[in-house]
Design a binder for this molecule. Sequence first.
Ligand SMILES: Nc1ncnc2c1ncn2[C@@H]1O[C@H](COP(=O)(O)OP(=O)(O)OP(=O)(O)O)[C@@H](O)[C@H]1O
Ligand SMILES: [Mg+2]
Length: 212
Amino acid sequence: MRENGVLITLEGTEGSGKSTQVKHLSHYLADKGLSTLTTLEPGGTPLGMKLRRILLASKADEIAPLPELFLYLAERAQHVCEVIIPALSEGKIVISDRFLDATVAYQGYGRNLDLTLIEKLNELASQGIKPDLTILLDIEILSGMKRAKRGMKGDRLEEEGDFFHNQVREGYLKIAAFEPERVKVVNASDSMDNIRAAIRKHVDKLLIGRFY
Ligand SMILES: Nc1ncnc2c1ncn2[C@@H]1O[C@H](COP(=O)(O)OP(=O)(O)OP(=O)(O)O)[C@@H](O)[C@H]1O
Ligand SMILES: [Mg+2]
């Protein structure tokens, strides 16, 4: 089903630099003549964009934790069958701005939903697909928030309290500690250039000999 494609995901709390680094990485690989596809969650499909609006624009108390989980999973299930599986089966390098780990970090560690349940539902929604490499951009919550808010009104998640966001950050770091081979932690408070170089090093390790 996966053929020769590779799935790389970028994770991290708000303002950690995911979108910035997804762009850098995609240019880096495209410059090598490789076929890449960048995508995001929530929002990688037309249905995903609709669900993204609901998830991020609703008021804090409008969606309870369990229905929130189901919305993210519905978005993922559509994203996997409409975008990720076809791209992987065409042998592309898929780079996704958030994926499975975000649900474990936010709905599991952040909202305290059962981690085993989330793992099972994640597996169902992703049809068993796991990233080959995950870059976790780790940054202090306050610094990330300052970056994310620059000139913009915060969305529903950004308006959550520090306690919630620290639980999410700790959750991400626990995921990385459980799966150190797959999940590489990069210090996201560093300069853009250093972060870019650190990510390239991890990606080169995965792809050299296979793609270039
Ligand atoms: N290493 C860095 N140093 C300073 N500023 C940065 C760095 N990386 C990104 N930024 C800036 O911080 C802001 C947030 O970055 P970006 O949008 O890439 O984060 P994000 O993780 O995608 O955020 P969100 O979770 O809100 O989608 C942007 O204005 C970006 O230019
Ligand atoms: Mg972003």
